[in-house]
Design a protein around this ligand. Structure first.
Ligand code: NAP
Length: 247
């Protein structure tokens, strides 16, 4: 049986990479999907792929860091879809650089997208989750939020804080039947990691016991578990999906 039959999911950053894989995995399991990305081209493209799987899809271009735009989008989504059962806060960016040379702009864009974006969407849907006394919130963090990384103080801070947000909101909403969890991916082959130099990838592989980079579908599988009935009793957790890099 489909694990997400009759469910409606909102996936941010659904236009590419991990978010796209989550949108398609959820659709394959019976969910209708609201695809949110920065550009309408990408959200439309993935919404088309969801429809090709026989599910309903909506495409929205929303900057997750803009709270007014997120509130307006949430209102529109609830009016059009009728309800939302699952929220995946996946939209994220990197702007790497050493601390001493990091600009205010690179700090702000990463924190505002990765952390404030998740806060904006979670707050915008919390009332409807509380009203329906159910909901699954899944935040896509990173192992970098657990262990840090030279050259990524902004990114690591955003993902560590996202884990703090996850645990706090999990405690706040648990009594209403809402679960809030995070997935912490390791290195996954997407546009985000395509920029890494070949030598760095060779060095990285030495630190990954399973000896390969992850695929977007690996992260989608973990998100599906957290959205599924099997995870009914799981909340406030961080599920690391990294080939064994952090253990
Ligand atoms: P990606 O391929 O670069 O895709 C990022 C997605 O986020 C795109 O769809 C993009 O929209 C969207 N996005 C970016 N800024 C946005 C904004 N301000 N408002 C709305 N949407 C925005 O990234 P990915 O590798 O799939 O990563 C997805 C998530 O996983 C991120 O949170 C990332 O930090 C996390 N993660 C990735 C890895 C990895 O190795 N790849 C590892 C750990 C964690 P457009 O398509 O319209 O540009």
């Amino acid at each position: 049986m489909s694990q997400l039959a009759n469910q409606i999911a909102v996936v941010t950053g659904a236009g590419r990479g991990i978010g796209r894989a989550i949108a398609l995995k959820f659709a394959a399991e019976g969910a209708d999907v609201v695809c949110v990305s920065r550009t309408v081209e990408n959200s439309e493209k993935v919404a088309g792929e969801v429809r090709a799987l026989g599910r309903k899809a909506w495409a929205l271009a929303v900057d997750v860091s803009d709270s007014a735009a997120v509130n307006a989008a949430a209102e529109k989504i609830l009016a059009e879809a009728g309800k939302v059962d699952i929220l995946v806060n996946n939209a994220g960016v990197t702007r790497d650089g050493l601390l001493m040379r990091m600009s205010d702009e690179d700090w702000d864009i990463v924190l505002n997208t990765n952390l404030k974006g998740a806060f904006n969407f979670t707050r915008a849907f919390s009332r409807s989750f509380i009203k329906q006394r159910s909901g699954r919130i899944i935040n896509i963090a990173s192992i970098i939020g657990l262990i840090g990384n030279a050259g990524q103080c902004n990114y690591a801070a955003s993902k560590a804080a996202l884990i703090g947000l996850t645990k706090s909101v999990a405690r706040e909403l648990a009594s209403r039947g809402i679960t809030v969890n995070a997935v912490a991916p390791g290195f996954v082959e997407t546009d985000m990691t395509a920029v890494l130099k070949e030598e760095l990838k060779v060095e990285l592989l030495k630190k990954i016991p399973l000896n390969c980079l992850g695929q977007p579908e690996d992260i989608a599988g973990a998100a599906l578990f957290l959205a599924s009935p099997a995870a009914r009793y799981v909340t406030g957790q961080v599920l690391t999906v990294d080939g064994g890099m952090v253990m």
